[in-house]
Design a protein around this ligand. Structure first.
Ligand code: SF4
Length: 291
């Protein structure tokens, strides 16, 4: 599929009967929509830039464009219609804006959100160079779905030279079938985020893993166990630091779940016991670690 000739085939919201897409190809196509490069400078589209309340307050660029279509995603409609929304910012403009809103709020952390920030590599690298060279920010939290970091080790190697970058890899599912059901991407791409984790370990980039694994409404006990097995097979310690999440009732999340034909009860009535708690208890009791 090539943009713009086949834009009518651009994957939007997951609906029943949705044709799974290759997320690496979708990243390339999305890049052609949300990035605009001239010579060596690449602008990227953003919906907004402001300080979000998470992480105790963090300057956030709400960028446009992702290579997955998660059914529980809260992102703006620009995720599905990147050609319609946002305006282009150069890396320097984004940095200055992030710094201005951060100073106003008295915070020294920043990030990109509502998107996949690794799309438009040149833009991200240039932005990280600004963050690195300017003393104001102490931390850049890079939240990623791991698709492009899994696909290309050289990207992770390039990121590893920045001292202020901390990566959060967000896993979407515990099996290839569930990965397709929840993200719209082909099952073959399920491995990519796990490869990303291995690449981050290889290049010694600080990171942790997150997963929507605390919420029985979107992850069965069997799938959860498979996810934990897979992480433990890479490094057992990943489980001790796993950030387990639940779905929050954002408007876009509800719309996307309904569009996908997934019925969810609100409010959430129960969660799983966090794997960290289970492991610590078992370690204290000296028991075997099988899931
Ligand atoms: S949850 Fe993250 S990875 Fe999934 S579609 Fe939304 S922005 Fe993309």
């Amino acid at each position: 599929m090539e943009y713009p000739q086949r834009l009518e085939e651009y994957p939007r919201t997951v609906v029943p009967g949705f044709k799974p897409f290759d997320p690496v190809k979708l990243a390339r196509i999305t890049e052609q929509i949300v990035c605009r490069c001239q010579d060596d400078e690449c602008e990227r589209k953003y919906d907004a830039i402001y300080v979000a309340g998470v992480y105790g307050g963090i300057a956030t660029g709400y960028a446009v464009g992702c290579c997955l279509r998660c059914v529980f995603c809260w992102s703006y409609p620009s995720r599905d219609y990147p050609e319609r929304y946002g305006r282009y910012y150069s890396p320097s403009e984004v940095f200055q804006r992030l710094k201005a809103v951060a100073k106003e709020a008295g915070v020294r952390k920043c990030r990109l959100s509502s998107c996949e920030p690794t799309i438009c590599r040149k833009h991200l690298i240039a932005l990280l160079e600004h963050v690195e060279d300017d003393p104001y920010f102490r931390l850049f939290i890079l939240e990623t779905n791991g698709v492009l970091f899994g696909e290309d080790k050289s990207y992770v190697a390039e990121i590893s030279r920045f001292s202020k970058v901390y990566v959060r890899v967000s896993l979407k599912a515990g099996t290839p079938e569930e990965f397709t059901r929840k993200t719209g991407a082909i099952p073959e791409a399920f491995d990519l985020p796990f490869k990303a984790i291995k690449h981050l370990m290889e290049y010694d980039v600080p990171f942790h893993v997150a997963a929507m694994s605390l919420d029985p409404r979107i992850m069965s006990t069997e799938e959860r166990a498979k996810l934990f097995e897979r992480l433990a097979s890479i490094d057992f310690r990943l489980l001790l630091r796993l950030e387990e999440e639940v779905m929050d009732p954002y408007r876009m999340t509800k719309i996307r779940l309904e569009a996908a034909g997934i019925s969810v009860e609100w409010p959430l009535r129960r969660t799983y016991v966090p794997i960290r708690e289970i492991l610590i208890k078992r370690l204290k009791e000296g028991r075997r670690m099988n899931f």
